[in-house]
Design a protein around this ligand. Structure first.
Ligand code: SF4
Length: 555
């Protein structure tokens, strides 16, 4: 039944945003209604008191922005509410309680995968509540592992950075493919953020051909766990219960897309998605203290590499993976310039441009990061204009075709949250000023919030710092990228070493899953292999027609 769910709502009919209304207590005539509501010819609403002194007060009009939609988990269809109920920490406890023991038929192996942004949120929250410096992500991962295995009985706990590694490799391949097609499907827009992708599917279908079809790290983790790992363990996909911990609610909807459901085994690649906040509810329910260090777990050697570092952005480093690839594969040295970006970032840190220039001064590549819906609107407009698309009478229409050299961007790393995934709507608040309410959502009751579920910039910076703590060369996130090579520092060397191992493992995964032996990720396979690769590592999008018909709205 869940496969048939429609992820989309019709806001004018289904969206309810609570508006705080202060009602001063007034004397009420016995048996009379306290107030009545009047509507004037302009459609304004008034509350009229029915006491002796009639008072009329104009009511505030509620406004609902897209940010409200994405930040809110209350505005959901009844089908989605069932889905969300099935993706809660109580559902996880329920599953674990009723999971038959190992030797009994029907036992499912519980596997947990956690996003590095969620680990960063936990690390920053621990540091904030204890006043200590940030706890390294590796230590947080060890504690999460100890909790999940010892308290909950999970068999395997991974972070999702290896899945992201595969996603980046496939992303680069897709970028190359689009470039080879005479650039006509460029610019390419990142696809790892379901918040942005669903927005495009619903309101900007003209953008869909530009959105990368590479699966997100969560989706690839699902493919790995239910496919490659299950095979290694001698299990079927349905023998595994896979939970992910993610920084936002949108990932729940991503996991429920039909593309990520395997009909043959009647199972989803990810069975349940918890936000970081919901995961903490689970920890609290089991009275586990995440602030107590644990020894690195020798009992659970992970078969995937832990916490791979991808230099670039904490939202996934998609743009930087492309830039790094272009620099490495160029026959001539390229210069990375962020000069315009620095100027831009002073006004708007969520929108930054990067330009690669050839020795003759010509522009080889122009990319940008674009976080938050305010910036997104601008990017969508620019990309559509450059592609010669205009929306005429509600339909995207190609009005002209321009050359590649005229494009504003070749690639844009788009993320729906201001500040990116470290600031996802399911992340933890600053612990001194806020708490997690009983539903596991972020409830800021101090001065840190901005009246919504996004955190303030200072707190987002704390989580960002926790994300990179000890894992990147301080102050130079582009050490690998800018020729002449920057002096190698420790973190960069570690990143290179572990990523080389990850590259080898990635080839093994690709060869095993596509039944073809390859020596590099981008290598062309036979038709069958390519078809399998597409199915395993790519997805597709569908424009969603609005269901709102003005005359059909009931008031
Ligand atoms: Fe989720 Fe926000 Fe990251 Fe998008 S940017 S994937 S909505 S946390």
């Amino acid at each position: 039944t869940l496969t048939d769910l429609n992820d989309y709502i019709t806001p004018s009919q289904a969206c309810i945003k609570p508006v705080e209304q202060v009602n001063p207590s007034r004397a009420v005539e016995s048996g009379a209604a306290a107030t009545e509501i009047r509507i004037d010819s302009n459609g304004s609403y008034y509350e009229v008191s029915k006491g002796l002194a009639q008072q009329t007060q104009k009511l505030q009009q509620a406004e609902i922005s897209l940010n409200d939609c994405l930040a809110c988990s209350g505005c959901i269809t009844s089908a989605e509410s069932i889905l969300i109920t099935l993706q809660s920490h109580t559902e996880v406890l329920n599953f674990l309680e009723h999971n038959p023991s190992r030797l009994v038929p029907g036992h499912r192996i519980p596997v947990l995968s956690i996003a590095p942004q969620s680990l960063a949120s936990l690390a920053a929250s621990l540091a904030s509540s204890s006043g200590q410096p940030s706890v390294p992500l590796a230590d947080v991962l060890s504690r999460v592992r100890a909790f999940a295995t010892e308290c909950l009985g999970f068999d395997h706990v991974y972070d999702t950075t290896f899945a992201r590694h595969l996603s980046l490799l496939e992303h680069i391949r897709e970028f190359q493919e689009r470039q080879d097609e005479d650039g006509h499907r460029l610019p390419m827009l990142a696809s790892a953020c379901p918040g942005w992708v669903c927005y495009a599917e619903k309101t900007h279908s003209e953008m869909l051909p530009f959105i990368s079809q590479t699966k997100s790290p969560q989706a690839i983790m699902g493919t790995l766990v239910k496919g490659w790992m299950a095979h290694k363990w001698g299990k079927r996909p349905e023998d595994i219960y896979h939970i992910t911990v993610m920084p936002c609610y949108d990932k729940k909807l991503e996991a429920s897309r039909p593309d990520f459901f395997d009909e043959a085994s009647n199972t989803r690649d990810v069975d349940c998605v918890l936000t970081t906040g919901e995961f903490v509810l689970l920890i609290k329910e089991k009275n586990f203290d995440l602030s107590v260090p644990v020894p690195p777990s020798p009992t659970l050697p992970s078969d995937l590499p832990d916490l791979l570092v991808h230099l670039g952005t904490s939202s996934g480093s998609y743009l930087h993976a492309i830039i790094s690839h272009l620099i490495r594969s160029s026959p001539t040295p390229l210069t990375l310039s962020t000069a315009s970006a620095e100027a831009t970032s002073k006004q708007n840190a969520d929108s930054t441009e990067y330009v690669l220039t050839a020795p003759d001064g010509s522009t080889v590549f122009r990319g940008a990061t674009c976080y938050g819906f305010r910036n997104l609107q601008n990017v969508v407009r620019r990309v559509a204009r450059d592609a010669g698309i205009r929306v005429i009478r509600g339909r995207p229409t190609v009005v002209s075709k321009r050359g590649a050299s005229q494009k504003a961007y070749d690639y844009v790393e788009v993320m729906a949250c201001p500040g990116g995934c470290v600031n996802g709507g399911g992340q933890l608040p600053r612990s001194t000023t806020a708490h997690i309410d009983t539903s596991g959502t972020l409830a800021d009751d101090g001065d840190g919030g901005m009246g919504s579920k996004w955190a303030d910039r200072a707190w987002t910076r704390e989580v960002e710092r926790a994300y990179w703590d000890g894992r990147e060369p301080v102050g130079d996130r582009f050490g690998l990228l800018t020729p002449p090579a920057s002096p190698k520092r420790k973190a960069t060397q570690i990143a290179e070493r572990s990523n080389a191992h990850a590259d080898q493992l990635a080839l093994l995964v690709l060869s095993d899953m596509c039944n073809v032996s390859v020596s590099r990720w981008g290598e062309e396979m036979d038709a069958q292999g390519e078809e399998r690769r597409r199915k395993l590592f790519r997805t597709s999008y569908h424009a969603v027609e609005s269901e709102v018909i003005g005359l059909g709205v009931k008031w």
